[in-house]
Design a protein around this ligand. Sequence first.
Ligand code: NAP
Length: 680
Amino acid sequence: MIVQNIQSFIAGSWTPPDSSARDIRDAVTGEVIARAGRDHVDSGALIDHAVQVGAPALRALTFHDRARMLKALALYLQDRKQVLYDLSFSTGATQKDHLIDVDGGIGTMLVIASKGRREMPDGHVYIDGGVEQLSRGGSFVGQHVCTPLQGVAVHINAFNFPVWGMLEKLAPTLLAGMPAIVKPATTTCYVTEACVRMMLESGILPDGSLQLVTGGLGDFLDHLGPQDVVSFTGSADTAFSLRSAPNLLRNSVRFVAEQDSLNASILGPDAVAGTPEFDLFVTEVHREMTTKAGQKCTAIRRIIAPRAQVDAVIAAVSERLRETVIGDPRDPATGMGALVSDAQRRDVLDKCATLGAEAERVFGDPDEFAVHGANATKGAFLPPMLYHCADPDAASHVHDTEAFGPVATIMGYRDLNHAMALANRGQGSLVASIVTHDPQVARDVVLGAGAYHGRLYFNNRDSMAEATGHGSPLPHMVHGGPGRAGGGEELGGVRGVLHYMQRTAVQGSPDVIAAVTGQWLPGATTTEGPAHPFRRSFDALRIGDTLHTAEREVKLADIEHFADFTGDTFYAHMDDDAARRNPFFPGRVAHGYLLLSFAAGLFVDPDEGPVLANTGLDNLRFQKPVSAGDRIKVQLTVKAKTPRTDTYGEVRWQVILRNQDDDPVADYELLTMNAYEQAR
Ligand code: NAP
């Protein structure tokens, strides 16, 4: 057997382990397959390379450039994922588990890339929220903006997801414009190292944007400064010892923690045996106990069921567990592979002993279970184990002891308030699921348990065909939880990117704010050229380019014609007396949609040209009624431009309708797709 030396990638070179390296064993055979670690980590070289080489190169790119880079990287990995599958079997994981880790990681990167293109500007500054009016005359305004932190992001990851755990942090970090140093858990670092090699070999990433430290970090964290971020995933104990390091506290180094958590799943009061929800609950519990051999931070640790249903749940879950084949993860018939290491197996057994003081084991015997296709004494195998806690109010360990393996405890509840109180005794969890067909139960749980949970997952007969599973963090939704779960938050689309950026409140004149954000705002300079802006290509249009139209009188005949034509004969447009009784109108008024149509008639340039389509409008407000005899005119100003494809981009126009007295009567943002001068 060849023992692989797992290297680190520091300051542009691969560095082998030294004599102090730790052995890493195959989870299934127990054989030593790799070594990783060095006595000394060159912190200065790591940080300098990230900050001097990687960070400037990343910051020179726009959000869209970085999003395209992430997409290319994800597709590159997608084509090579078989290599990662092959290696991952040695971690004890089955092919189904690989889909969560490898495909889940790549999928997460793709979603973050797509969010970057759709929800962030093709620029360097992310705009957070709207413009704040800070003065009566509008000459002094405020805007929150986010820019990338200028240090390095240090990612310390847990052993259970060597690929997903890295990519779910890396994608938001790189999208933000920060370089990363990845430190995987040593036990499974050979999978992470292979994935990092692929990403570096792709040539897609700028130099210095990704480095890898396998083995320990030495005193590296003592060298971090105020522009750095530590993003940690692992146990609560390790998080506590790392986040309380004096250097991190002194420099207010951001510390994002994703810790272990005693996640609950509640069987709703309505979901009694015989309902589709009951069967669904059993399926979810079984899946969470056996996937990754229960080594998932989101796995269900506490099964909370109505007291009258406890026996039925024990029987149904036990039946499913009995059918689960434990053994060689390479065998497609295997339902649950090995734990990651013998040390992990022993740790789980220790925790089971703690749970055993308060709960009775009702399924699974670690001393007697069948292992198929592998040597039970060499591999880190355990059977799934179900405990029953008869008095969960008096118990404490079942609510605070995480056996990070195929272990869960069932407990009964009296009523929904009791169920929530039990769930909340986890002191803050990543996720709780509630299987119920009663929407009122869902609302009560959100109000009663939301504060203790980062995610609440409701499932029932209506959603079960498409629901994504209790244990799956999704890139669109935040992952993290309060208290015991670490108090951190990751993912959640662009929210996860902002952990690697500084939010700054910028105050100044409209022109100053426009220059910072690259977006026009009221009060900022406008420019009017001889040509109609609809004659200009996407590239030729400048922020602030403006058209002022002629006036058009709105006649009573127009209002009546519009009412007849569209069928919108609402009394405010048709009946003067009725309209006057309404607190909003002086009498009959023009339809808002008539004004929009007249506005288009005023500003549109009719000939074929670079404007390809009107794709919508945002933020429409009617500010003042328009009566027959009033005259309206339009200001059309380029507010923002966003490239969309190789041939066209989106132009966001600020449209302001005013009456003959220059009072604004309506405004909105119009979206058009405009062709580039030349395809890109
Ligand atoms: P762990 O023992 O806490 O280790 C986590 C990481 O911290 C590993 O990379 C480890 O490296 C590193 N580490 C340990 N001591 C360190 C130190 N002094 N300085 C720098 N780094 C240090 O956790 P684990 O056993 O790998 O993972 C299992 C735990 O993670 C479970 O409790 C699980 O619930 C939790 N988890 C949470 C999430 C989440 O998203 N909330 C996800 C997955 C797992 P070495 O391996 O080299 O020691």
